[in-house]
Write a protein that binds this ligand. Structure first.
Ligand SMILES: C[S@@+](CC[C@H](N)C(=O)[O-])C[C@H]1O[C@@H](n2cnc3c(N)ncnc32)[C@H](O)[C@@H]1O
Length: 271
């Protein structure tokens, strides 16, 4: 697998176009699974549009609200972009686009793949593979295995970003489900296990509390010191990434990395 450090790979788009031969019939499709607000993709598509506008961008997300936010900002910031948002579950939406004859590139950016339970990321890549034709491609982001101290401090950041991210789950429960979590009584407890390469975040309750869920009429008791598991984020070695793709019908073509080798966007082509 050839590697490119982002700082030196000024030609990212050229490389992808050449490897995937996206422009052979003039038109292609870029589909993004779980596009969110598209903040990262906007940068990539902005560069792409300098080369060609002969592609359709199809952001797929389960949330209509986030697709509306994305569409509004893309319309003003990338007015030349042909965009067709698709609301729905990853695979139901992907299946709807299967009839297209154009070559397709599927994006799954950020490190969302690391949130799957172990082995489910393989099922996910297999499911994408089943929706693609030979020579279609994927660009998937992976957080790479690295010095465990770097990972632990990222999840225990001094500015409290990860803590706020996790407590936001309880804030949303209180706001949208009318629950009564005593949020100020939870501490953030992150761990990283270098053997399983899983970073896990927990919230620990400082007090015994009774939380009611009015919509279902249920109440749960949380003991003092009891934990809520909020997130798992797996880190990957290059060997694992290669295996994930090759066992699911892809050839790995390139790994685009930051200069510290902390993160990789991996380009793989369907056999
Ligand atoms: C963590 S955000 C990532 C957004 C963006 N890709 C990024 O890296 O910044 C995950 C997004 O995936 C969407 N999502 C989660 N599960 C989904 C599913 N099964 N089908 C479609 N979208 C999904 C969520 O609504 C959310 O917008």
């Amino acid at each position: 697998m050839k590697k490119n450090c982002y700082l030196y790979s000024l030609n990212l788009i050229n490389i992808i176009n050449n490897v995937v031969k996206l422009d052979t019939n003039g038109h292609f499709e870029i589909l993004e699974l779980g596009a969110g607000d598209g903040a990262k993709t906007k940068v990539l598509l902005g560069h792409w549009l300098k080369k060609t506008s002969a592609f359709n961008y199809i952001p797929i997300d389960i949330s209509q609200n986030v697709l509306d936010i994305l569409s509004k900002s893309f319309k003003t910031e990338l007015p030349k972009l042909n965009i067709s948002p698709l609301q729905g579950d990853y695979f139901r939406a992907l299946a709807q686009t299967k009839t297209s004859k154009n070559r397709r590139l599927v994006l799954f950016l950020g490190s969302n793949i690391g949130n799957f339970r172990k082995n489910n990321e393989s099922i996910f890549i297999q499911a994408i593979s089943e929706q693609l034709k030979p020579n279609d491609a994927v660009l998937i982001g992976f957080d790479l295995a690295k010095d465990p101290r770097v990972i632990r401090s990222a999840y225990n950041d001094k500015s409290g970003i990860t803590k706020a991210f996790n407590l936001n789950l309880l804030q949303r429960c209180n706001r949208e489900l009318n629950t009564n979590f005593a949020i100020e009584e939870f501490d953030h407890y992150p761990i990283y296990d270098p053997l399983t390469r899983e970073a896990r975040s927990y919230l620990v309750s400082n007090i015994a509390q009774k939380v009611s869920f009015p919509n279902s009429g249920k109440t749960i008791d949380i003991a003092k010191g009891e934990i809520i598991h909020t997130e798992t984020s797996r880190k990957y070695t290059h060997e694992e990434i290669n295996q994930l793709f090759t066992e699911n019908g892809f050839n790995v073509e390139r790994s685009f990395e930051d200069c510290k080798g902390y993160f990789a966007d991996v380009l793989a082509v369907k056999k």
